[in-house]
Design a protein around this ligand. Structure first.
Ligand code: 0O2
Length: 214
């Protein structure tokens, strides 16, 4: 089990129900999420002035106790703050859904432009879609907690277009439906086809917007 950076202060003993799997870090996580959401909102407000808000919607969450414990078990990690905050990187999650493709990369640069955020890993599933058709830009970052000097936490930021978001929501929904039965192969290939068509529509919409802007 790897522990790193400021997470070394969390021990590997089972968390008590009193504090939960995030232990004493819960408040820091909430502060960071709030800070990230506020930054997105600030940018949106700026763009709204000339009616060009690049964000369709923005959703933030602290991974629930239950999902985090389930993820620890899935990865054969002890259900401890050290696992939840050190080995697993999505205790804090922010999803920013943009109207246009270029806005996704503009948001990326904006978010990474702050001094208290460090990029740990970038997974560009837009340039290289997952085999099932999933597209999104994922940033794993380390963020300084605004009110706890020296403490940093991981966050996963997902950036995508409305089309990518719609597809991911439907695909997620279908994954948990049992009545697919013998048609799984067809369903998978149809989903992939839809994802590719949506990606092509995203490109066309971007071209149209660029033409209008000119
Ligand atoms: P939740 O409940 O959405 O937060 P990881 O699971 O993060 O340790 P991995 O697989 O390398 O490891 O992460 P990846 O590929 O960056 O995916 C992380 C998140 O992206 C997932 O979170 C989903 O939200 C989303 N995602 C990735 N692939 C797909 C996909 O094929 N379909 C859909 N609908 N969403 C996807 P979790 O972990 O599922 O949890």
């Amino acid at each position: 089990m790897h522990k790193e950076g400021s997470f070394d202060r969390f021990d590997n003993t089972e968390s008590k129900n009193m504090t939960g799997i995030y232990g004493e870090a819960r408040e820091d996580l909430e502060d960071i999420l709030h800070m990230l959401e506020s930054r997105v909102e600030t940018l949106r407000a700026r763009y709204r002035e000339d009616d060009s808000d690049p964000v369709e919607h923005c959703l933030g969450r602290i991974k629930s106790e239950e999902s985090m414990r389930e993820k620890c078990r899935r990865q054969s990690l002890p259900e401890t703050p050290a696992s939840a905050l050190g080995a697993i990187h999505d205790a804090i999650g922010l999803r920013v859904v943009c109207a246009f493709l270029n806005d996704v990369y503009m948001m990326r640069d904006y978010i990474l432009g702050f001094d208290d955020i460090e990029l740990v890993q970038e997974k560009d599933y837009i340039r290289r879609a997952k085999p099932n058709g999933y597209r999104s830009l994922h940033l794993i970052v380390r963020v300084h907690a605004p009110s706890s000097a020296g403490r940093t936490y991981y966050a996963e930021i997902q950036l995508r277009t409305i089309s990518m978001d719609t597809w991911a929501a439907l695909e997620h929904h279908m994954k948990y439906k049992k009545e697919v039965g013998g048609n799984t192969e067809l369903l998978v290939s149809e989903l992939k086809r839809c994802a590719d068509e949506l990606a092509s529509t995203d490109l066309s919409m971007q071209t149209l917007r660029d033409m209008i802007k000119q």
